[in-house]
Design a protein around this ligand. Structure first.
Ligand SMILES: Cc1cc2nc3c(=O)[nH]c(=O)nc-3n(C[C@H](O)[C@H](O)[C@H](O)COP(=O)(O)OP(=O)(O)OC[C@H]3O[C@@H](n4cnc5c(N)ncnc54)[C@H](O)[C@@H]3O)c2cc1C
Length: 488
């Protein structure tokens, strides 16, 4: 009887799952495994991510168990675990869906080599993107470095493929091929539930909150059913996405980034949902899903961007890196309310709205003169939806070091951004209770508030809320000079 082992990675669902689909189609018996590897750089780190993955593993195991299967949970070095388990189960093949960061690629290569030494075949599949980096290229056959032509080429290719062809053949009839964990290996759900977070999946436990409480994207529940509920809710609002998506106080976005990060819903399902809608809002949302693939493409084609600027000249950019400014940014105590509210959001919920990610990243690099890599690492340990490709792309965009990035001379003014995207200070007040009674007129720049108003609103600057740690206009000039030096 031919048999296979499916290695689950960032694809924690049982439906519309490419590797599982192939395993069930091509083999008569199929086991499923998730490996907790302390050395795997792609493991969840932020505590919200750890909690999300724990819950998603339980949901996945239960879903597989409904069809007579289950999820085996192993801890150890991925290569050793997979080789040992493959031999123990006597499978002919191990299969998985591909990941695209340099470390993930290196791990896949090592797995393939290790399995070969024990005579087990290896196969990996495209699953977490519609088009891999090699599938969309310029007429000259080179990778794109500008988003809009990439998006147009992506959309043309999607037309050629036809959206309905994105659906995997239904393999419900093959579900009886799923095998439960052998008697001496427990179901993942039992293991996860019986061990506190400190023991299971907490290997990379970093900073951040407990389960996110506040965000639209927060995984208050994880797993495919929860992801589909979030999608259903968003589909009621998708037509207004274009107008609402930039306002952090409103539920304008989908909140699906953690689901996409850990694959509790398939990208094919989301693209089909967006294409079925045919509204301006859905079109804009689809473009965000294409940004996601654009950054996967950039990472796969230019792995050096993990640590270096996409535009090499900006590796010469000098930074100030003042430790006091860094601490103030992290704590949400810069004196700029929109920046501080955003930082308190990430610190307390594990999520930050996209507009705010752009604002705080720009502020860190272009107002405080702190290296974008330091900020990117902070996000990596605090965001529940942390994803190397999107995070690196977002930081390099804001820092103007990336491809198709914000031009270096465009420097967000934090007060104007605040006025435009949180006009009544609704978001600011939610995360900065010390500013709750500050009148709308002063909420974006409270240091300008007359002393009498400060006293009346119980927000004395320097006592209840910090004075700004830098002068934006001055910092702007210094940043332009540092960019000019790097470009010279
Ligand atoms: C500095 C910075 C860091 C970021 N770090 C991450 C990260 O670690 N993980 C992450 O998933 N996104 C990251 N983003 C992109 C974006 O902020 C989040 O994807 C978005 O806020 C998630 O909320 P949502 O699911 O409601 O998004 P929606 O607006 O509903 O978008 C739908 C999906 O499209 C994708 N998407 C949207 N915008 C982008 C984008 N600019 N780049 C790539 N993909 C995008 C996400 O998968 C998102 O879930 C970052 C952006 C910036 C500026």
């Amino acid at each position: 009887m031919s048999s296979a082992l499916v290695w689950f990675r960032r694809d924690l669902r049982a439906d519309d799952h490419t590797a599982l689909h192939h395993a069930m189609t091509e083999h008569e018996q199929v086991w499923c495994v998730f490996v907790i590897d302390p050395a795997d750089p792609a493991r969840p780190v932020a505590s919200g991510a750890v909690d999300f993955v724990r819950a998603a593993l339980i949901a996945l195991d239960r879903r597989l168990a409904r069809d007579g299967g289950g999820l085996i949970l192993c801890q150890g070095t991925t290569c050793e675990v997979l080789a040992r388990l493959a031999q123990r189960l006597q499978v002919q093949q191990v299969v998985a869906n591909r990941d695209y960061g340099p470390a993930a690629q290196a791990l896949e290569n090592a797995v393939a080599r290790t399995l070969a030494t024990v005579g087990v075949r290896w196969c990996s599949y495209k699953d977490q993107v519609i088009f891999e980096h090699t599938e969309i290229s310029t007429q000259a056959g080179t990778p794109f470095s500008v988003f809009t032509p990439y998006k147009n080429a992506w959309l043309r290719r999607l037309d050629e493929h036809a959206v309905h062809a994105l659906r995997l053949a239904d393999c419900t009839t093959r579900r009886d091929r799923l095998a439960p964990p052998p008697h001496d290996l427990q179901h993942a759900s039992i293991l996860v539930e019986n061990h506190p977070a400190g023991e299971v999946l907490a290997l990379g436990r970093g900073a951040g909150s407990a389960l996110p409480q506040d965000s639209a994207a927060a995984g208050t529940s994880a797993g495919t059913a929860a992801a589909l509920t979030r999608l259903d809710d968003f589909l009621q609002r998708i037509d207004r996405y274009r107008e609402l998506r930039d306002f952090p106080a409103l539920a304008g976005t989908s909140g699906l980034s953690t689901d996409l990060r850990y694959g509790t819903v398939s990208i094919r399902h989301l693209v089909r949902a967006a294409c079925a809608r045919r509204s301006a809002g859905a079109e804009t949302w689809l473009a965000e899903l294409i940004w996601r693939e654009f950054f996967f493409m950039i990472l796969a084609e230019h792995p050096r961007v993990v640590e270096g600027a996409f535009h090499r000249q900006y590796d010469r950019l000098s930074f100030v890196n003042d430790p006091l400014h860094w601490s103030a940014w992290c704590a949400g105590a810069t004196g700029y309310p929109i920046v501080d509210a955003a930082m308190r959001q990430i610190n307390s919920t594990g999520f930050m709205h996209n507009r705010l990610r752009m604002i705080v990243a720009s502020f860190l690099v272009k107002d405080l003169g702190i290296d974008w890599r330091t900020g990117a690492r902070y996000f990596a340990t605090h965001l529940t939806d942390y994803d190397l490709a999107a995070n690196n792309g977002g930081w390099q965009w804001a820092a103007s070091t990336g491809c198709d990035a914000q031009p270096y001379f465009r420097i967000f003014n934090p007060v104007r951004q605040s006025l435009k995207f949180d006009p009544n200070g609704q978001f600011i007040r939610r995360f900065l209770p010390e500013l709750a009674a500050v009148p709308d007129q002063w909420i974006h720049a409270p240091w300008l508030m007359p002393a009498a108003d400060q006293a009346a609103s119980k927000c004395v600057i320097g006592r209840d809320y910090p004075a700004p740690i830098i002068d934006h206009a001055e910092a702007r000039l210094q940043t332009l000079a540092r960019f000019a030096a790097a470009r010279a």
